[in-house]
Design a binder for this molecule. Structure first.
Ligand SMILES: CC(C)(COP(=O)(O)OP(=O)(O)OC[C@H]1O[C@@H](n2cnc3c(N)ncnc32)[C@H](O)[C@@H]1OP(=O)(O)O)[C@@H](O)C(=O)NCCC(=O)NCCS
Length: 187
């Protein structure tokens, strides 16, 4: 089944999405999340999309069917715990609420229809935009992996990773936007 939100459709990623996903990871703007890395090939992306037990979803705009972002996760503990590996949106769409909206729709599906109990992820502590996105949905910080990122690995890098998690009764669904698509721009 497909998952809808106000402005987005969440659907399974197909092989034909590989060039879009590759471009997401190769974008300079993604360094904040993943650090400096060597260029990613379409073949490497396909391997990621085909990884066993991994679920990859494309968030696609309802307005023009353009792919806007990727969410990738896997399930554990009898499929009741979601482990989020990737949440990444095109730089052109960041700050327009798509990240929160897409993740919110997925979490709503996971908790209310699938019967999920817990969602967990790791995020670089200096990635303020992502941390705000997760906290806004109710995620809480459960721990910190200290000094993971090597010194000098990107400018002004905070070396730590936060361990964040969300339980079903902590989930804060995103508020309907009512047509205001620029609310989050300008940070
Ligand atoms: C993180 C990401 C998925 C969020 O999606 P998004 O659509 O850009 O985020 P939203 O517009 O829904 O905004 C979410 C929150 O971030 C805030 N925000 C927006 N732009 C921001 C910025 N430049 N810096 C800090 N916070 C910002 C918003 O105000 C909102 O918080 P608030 O409701 O408390 O005001 C997206 O920015 C992205 O793909 N980033 C690069 C990859 C990445 O870092 N992924 C996370 C890896 S763990």
């Amino acid at each position: 089944m497909l998952i809808h939100s106000e402005r987005l459709l969440l659907r399974a990623a197909e092989d034909t999405d590989a060039p879009f996903v590759t471009a997401l990871f190769n974008a300079d703007e993604s360094v904040i999340a993943y650090g400096p890395h060597f260029p990613v090939s379409t073949r490497a992306t396909l391997e990621k999309l085909h990884a066993p037990r991994s679920v990859s979803m494309i968030a696609q705009r309802l307005e023009d069917e353009a792919p806007a972002g990727l969410i990738r996760f896997w399930l554990s503990w009898g499929d009741t715990v979601m482990n989020v590996d990737d949440v990444i949106f095109s730089a052109e769409y960041r700050g327009s609420g798509y990240g929160r909206e897409a993740l919110g729709a997925l979490l709503d599906h996971f908790f209310r229809r699938w019967g999920g109990r817990r969602v967990e992820l790791q995020v670089r502590s200096h990635n303020e935009h992502a941390v705000r996105t997760y906290k806004g949905l109710g995620f809480v910080e459960e721990g910190r992996r200290r000094q993971v990122v090597p010194p000098g690995w990107g400018a002004d890098t905070d070396p730590d990773y936060l361990l964040m998690a969300l339980l079903a009764d902590e989930f804060v669904p995103p508020k309907p936007r009512g047509g205001d698509s620029n609310e989050h721009q300008g940070h």
